[in-house]
Design a binder for this molecule. Structure first.
Ligand SMILES: [Zn+2]
Length: 413
């Protein structure tokens, strides 16, 4: 590709610094029916660039939104740890903001109602906004008011005019997926009541860098945020960060509490995190420049291990058909010839296949039935939960393996 540098989605600067170039990959969430494997899935360049003006890491091109949400298969409620995380957050915010029957809560990308159900149970009026119709339908069946729509400045203006502003807006793991963060944040600023709080969660770029989590780069994940990169973007829309929490979810996330600007001092945690990010080098090019070599090493180690497994006549299966697994396998060039299948608890994924590598997605019972020598845990963020669940592989001497942040093997406890 010799096209002109893309412009930064935040400040408009030129994007010239490559943090990760994973080649041309199929959409990581675009699971396909086995019959469709005969036709190779369309591949698109996947490249993360760094803006040296504002340090926002971002993909340098967009895909049409319809491509990505046509068959959306991620249902939040299939992870117990994520459900517990959502419940705790709801309870904390109800207490912290004294939310009650007069309040209003809006969640953007509310998925299957995994979070809002807690507000429904507490009798607090709420609305979910979810672009994937099949996922929104599940929420509505569960009694969570949900609108099938894309969130942006226009929808926010309509909602504010018709049903009023929100005391709490929640956006978990959606901001990073939005091609135009300005439109999204302008919408939040419009919908948020004067004394209201927006809590926004996203995987923390500092953790991605520190732990080589390059497999969290995929086409749907457009921006990779640090506090450093997000603050100027918020300021452009009259918003500021009042507090920050570091969370273990998705390999290390930030939860920012955002409010209208000029409402008093922020928590000391905000200054501390800003300083820590500078200290870690997020405001200079070196850390980004060094990243491609780390990706190459992880991929090389994984491929060598899998070749060794095959050479010894052992068998390997994968677990957890998350998007990051598709990215890992596709960028390593591994396929169903190397790894028999990927097991996953979600019945919505079972029976389908990863689009590039072609691994069939089967119920977890297949692990017990086929007794593989190795189980490659793809969602490394859930490795503990998964290896506890699959402890039974020890009965036939099975062992676990993960590739990120570096190759690690271990026996069940
Ligand atoms: Zn920029």
């Amino acid at each position: 590709m010799h096209d002109a540098p893309a412009a930064c989605r935040s400040c408009g600067g030129e994007l010239n610094l490559v943090m990760a170039d994973l080649g041309r990959l199929p959409l990581a969430n675009g699971l396909v029916a086995p019959a469709r494997l005969a036709t190779p899935a369309p591949r698109h360049p996947l490249r993360a660039m760094v803006c040296e003006g504002c340090w926002l890491v971002q993909l340098d091109r967009d895909l049409p939104a319809e491509t990505m949400f046509a068959d959306y298969l991620y249902f939040s409620s299939y992870s117990e740890s994520w459900l517990a995380h959502a419940k705790r957050h709801a309870e904390t915010m109800i207490r912290r903001l004294s939310l009650g029957p007069q309040s209003r809560v809006v969640e953007i990308a509310s998925n299957d109602g995994y979070l809002l159900r807690n507000f429904v149970e507490a009798g607090i009026p709420c609305l979910g906004i979810e672009p994937a119709a099949n996922v929104a339908a599940v929420a509505m069946q569960a009694g969570v008011p949900t609108m099938v729509a894309w969130f942006g400045a226009e929808l926010a203006a309509t909602l504010a005019a018709t049903s009023g502003q929100a005391d709490l807006i929640v956006a978990n793991n959606v901001l990073a997926h939005v091609p135009d963060p300005h439109d999204f944040i302008a919408g939040v600023a419009r919908l948020l009541a004067q004394g209201g709080v927006w809590t926004v969660e996203f995987p923390h770029l500092a953790r991605l860098l520190a732990e080589s989590q390059f497999d969290t780069i995929y086409h749907e994940h457009v921006c990779y945020f640090s506090l450093l990169a997000l603050e100027p973007l918020l300021a452009r829309h009259g918003l500021e960060v009042s507090d920050v929490e570091e969370l273990p979810t998705h390999g290390g996330s930030l939860r920012l509490h955002v409010r209208h600007a000029g409402r008093g001092p922020a928590s000391p945690a905000v200054d501390a995190l800003r300083a820590a990010e500078r200290e870690a080098g997020l405001g200079a090019p070196d850390i980004y420049r060094a990243f491609p070599a780390r990706i190459a090493r992880i991929l090389g180690d994984l491929v060598a291990f899998v070749q060794g497994v095959k050479a010894r006549g052992e068998r390997i299966a994968a677990y957890g058909a998350a998007a990051k697994g598709a990215t890992l396998l596709d960028s390593a060039g591994l396929s169903v010839r190397d790894i028999a299948f990927v097991a996953d608890r979600s019945p919505h994924k079972q029976g389908l296949c990863y689009p590039g590598s072609g691994l069939p997605i089967l119920p977890p019972e297949e692990i017990a039935r086929t007794r593989p020598d190795w189980v490659l845990i793809l969602p490394w963020n859930l490795a503990e939960e998964i290896s506890a669940e699959l402890g039974f592989i020890g009965a036939w001497g099975g062992r676990f393996l993960r590739a990120v942040p570096e190759l690690k093997v271990w026996a069940p406890a």
